[in-house]
Design a protein around this ligand. Structure first.
Ligand code: ZN
Length: 289
């Protein structure tokens, strides 16, 4: 962090173009892994360099402690499997860059923020390509935090609550699965798509079994509003990309991401839930063997 601050201070004395090329990825923590799991965390950054003006529209509040949550999940994944997920963490505070928006809203015409946005998404593309090359598939989690009522983990598969409220035969139409982030998994699964989203072997069910209220799940198959369905990153990097699947995870704050002990408690439930979910429905080992 000190090194990065020094680089940035130094860079402010030299030409902008030179700074851009001299310090690639200055605001992205890209940690390559060796498993099919890729975790991105766009809203947990804290750096507020003066050279980047504050964004003037859109959401500017950070998702507190989500970079720590991503790192904790990574450590627990390694303890459980002996393999590491790829981690891509945006270090800029959301008031400077919102990496989970299109570049216009994300960087609001600031060239340093625009470069960080390109670096961030290039790092995700690299990690997914490395995972697919090595394992034949990749599973992306875009990790966020929300403060909606009811303390629940919101699982975003790119389907709105209105769409999720449709009768199961409509959810099970192949054209509907094609609009979501589990399309690749759905092609391999032996259960219906509606069961994949909210049935007894869904990720929501597995997390609930571990003590974390989640939606969609058998208990709450249709999320009440407000609910985050998944955003720019999941849409860009998963939907329509063969051999890549995954979702947006929006973690509640209280009793989940507020303390190191609670982040560890969630990681201990999330990791085996993911391993089981992928083994059951994709017939593949997320552990990377
Ligand atoms: Zn977020």
């Amino acid at each position: 962090m000190i090194f990065r601050t020094l680089l940035f201070t130094l860079s402010s004395f030299i030409a902008f173009g030179a700074e851009n090329s001299a310090y690639p990825n200055a605001f992205i923590d890209e940690i390559p892994g060796d498993s099919p799991l890729v975790i991105s965390a766009p809203h947990g950054g804290r750096e507020k360099p003066a050279d980047i003006p504050n964004r003037t529209y859109g959401v500017t509040d950070a998702d507190a402690n989500t970079q720590e949550l991503a790192r904790t999940v990574g450590e627990h994944f390694f303890k459980s499997t002996g393999h590491r997920p790829h981690l891509i963490i945006c270090l800029l505070h959301r008031s400077k860059l919102d990496a989970n928006r299109d570049i216009k809203e994300a960087a609001q015409r600031n060239a340093i923020a625009e470069k960080a946005w390109h670096d961030y998404h290039a790092a995700i593309t690299r990690a997914l390509a490395a995972a697919v090359a090595r394992h034949g598939f990749a599973f992306l989690i875009d990790l966020h935090g929300q403060n909606h009522k009811g303390l629940r983990v919101e699982l975003g598969y790119l389907h709105s609550s209105t769409k999720l409220a449709q009768p199961d035969p409509l959810l099970d139409a192949p054209a509907f699965a094609a609009t979501g982030s589990l399309q690749f998994m759905a092609k391999n699964a032996t259960v219906s798509y509606s069961a994949l989203l909210k049935g007894p072997t869904s990720l929501g069910a597995l997390l609930e079994n571990g003590g974390f209220h989640s939606t969609p799940s058998p208990r709450l198959p249709v999320p009440d509003e407000p609910y985050f369905r998944g955003g720019y990153t999941v849409d860009r990097h998963i939907r329509g990309t063969p051999e890549v699947t995954g979702l947006q995870i929006e973690a509640n704050r209280t009793r989940l991401r507020d303390t190191a002990a609670n982040r560890e408690r969630f990681a201990i439930v999330l990791v085996p839930s993911l391993l089981t979910f992928v083994r059951t429905h994709l017939k593949k080992d997320l552990g990377g063997r």
